[in-house]
Design a protein around this ligand. Structure first.
Ligand code: NI
Length: 461
């Protein structure tokens, strides 16, 4: 059709033409709407409210975002906090009452972790009140996220342990409440947990008076090395540590039996790892010293460290299971128990290509019932270096040297550099005294042990 015929067609069909124009207009409006409202660039501004009179002092700092829903939520919180505060004030007395609301934030990838804290002093004895709130915003699309969008529930168990360990380590410097109150607090962990994600670490924020008399909060830092496997990789990315690994060496040839002639045998065992930095260093040094060891891996740490574990195995160290989540295995239902065992074994054998023979039950906790249920060999220990407690390489070194005996199994953790330094120091001294450091596999072979499943070994005769 030539052009003028098109025009004639539209002149004759006015309603049709109007409808087309309307549809085009709607499409343009929708596009503008999407561009401006949903994908408007993320901004964060600061607003302040300051009121000072005879009766009270109010200082409020709050963030303003490019998302009106979030701003409404924040305004509502601030109004509630103001109401609560004003209700508590006795207008007739001339005490100084104070309300402070402030915020801070950290950034990891596109995620902003925004902590808003309201605290106030009211009344004669200056009652201290505070309220904390954590907001997570994805700056990429300007939307709010919940903590459950960002983490796997399993992280709570890891955090609980880490928090407890951290508090206990610093016990002397902190006015901690008694142990039961801390355990009570940690038992409820997850309900209103405050986590902030920054570029290099994850912080657990424990507000004032939860675990201590101190008016300050605790920020407990955790490495992403320990936690990244529980974080949603839709939102968080981590440098690929595996790429830094040297290329995997071919499996090392077993050491010749003549090497062990007249030597006393000791098995160093490392639990709770792997830890990228510490374990890599340990593997390098064990190679240098021609020493073998055994590693009991926590299943939840395996998928991020496959290359490292392959190297561990190929270097001739024994690789065993320490369960998936490091729970007390005697306290689990059969179903939970089998999952802890099977999931870990599957992950390890995918890497090594072999069935996993050895289990070290977390906390060394086992009973007859557990032994009967699991068709693996339980490897316990007869020397506990208490390395996780002392975090002192000299103490770890002394402890190994003082209790080394032929056939000993020594408990260590490759999470701490101090444990590894202590072990390396002991290897040097004991090798001079005629000891050889062997893997559990080597120990069993060299001592002609008729290895049994459903049996626990603390040392080898
Ligand atoms: Ni352990």
């Amino acid at each position: 059709m030539p052009m003028n015929e098109y025009l004639n067609f539209f002149k004759k069909n006015k309603i049709f033409t109007l409808a087309i124009i309307l549809i085009i207009l709607i499409i343009i409006l929708v596009i503008i709407n999407i561009l401006i409202f949903n994908h408007s660039s993320f901004t964060i501004d600061n607003e302040t409210i300051h009121k000072n009179n005879d009766n009270y002092n109010m200082q409020i700092n709050y963030p303003v975002f490019s998302n009106n829903e979030i701003n409404k939520k924040i305004n509502k919180i601030i109004d509630e906090e103001k109401d609560k505060f004003l209700k508590k004030i006795d207008k007739k007395s001339n005490e100084k009452n104070e309300l402070n609301i402030d915020y801070n934030y950290t950034i990891k990838n596109d995620i902003y972790s925004i902590q808003i804290r309201s605290y106030s002093y009211t009344g004669l004895n200056r009652d201290f009140y505070f309220n904390d709130l954590m907001l997570y915003i994805n700056s990429k699309d300007n939307t709010e996220l919940t903590i459950n969008d960002l983490i796997d529930q399993e992280l709570y168990n890891v955090l609980k342990d880490k928090c407890y360990q951290y508090l206990k380590d610093k016990e002397q410097d902190l006015n901690l409440y008694d142990d039961n109150m801390i355990k009570d607090y940690l038992a409820d962990f997850g309900k209103d947990i405050l986590l902030s994600f920054s570029e290099d670490e994850l912080n657990i924020i424990i507000p004032p008076f939860k675990v201590s008399d101190d008016e300050t909060d605790f920020r407990i830092p955790l490495t992403y090395d320990d936690t990244s496997q529980f974080l949603n990789n839709k939102y968080f990315t981590f440098p690929q540590v595996e790429e830094q690994q040297p290329p995997i060496q071919a499996p090392s040839t077993p050491r010749d039996e003549s090497f062990f002639q007249d030597k006393k045998l000791v098995a160093l065992t490392f639990d709770d790892g792997p830890n990228y930095k510490v374990t890599t260093f340990l593997l390098d040094e064990l190679d240098n010293k021609n020493a073998k060891a055994s590693f009991f891996l926590v299943g939840s740490r395996i998928s991020s460290q496959k290359v490292l574990i392959k190297r561990m195995y190929n270097s001739g160290h024994s690789v065993g299971s320490h369960s998936y989540n490091h729970k007390n295995l005697t306290k689990l239902t059969d179903e939970q128990l089998m999952k802890e065992i099977n999931d870990t074994n599957e992950l390890i054998s995918q890497i090594t290509g072999e069935d996993v023979k050895y289990l070290r039950p977390p906390y060394g906790s086992y009973n007859k019932d557990l032994l009967n249920k699991i068709n693996m060999t339980f490897i316990l220990w007869n020397v506990d270096t208490l390395d996780w407690q002392s975090r002192d390489s000299q103490k770890v070194c002394d402890s190994i040297i003082n209790s080394a005996k032929d056939g000993a199994i020594i408990l260590l953790h490759d999470l701490y550099q101090t444990s590894v330094d202590g072990a390396l120091c002991a290897i040097d001294k004991l090798q001079e005294q005629g000891y050889a450091f062997v893997s559990i596999d080597e120990m069993i072979k060299l001592k002609n042990i008729d290895l049994k499943t459903n049996t626990a070994y603390r040392y080898f005769k």
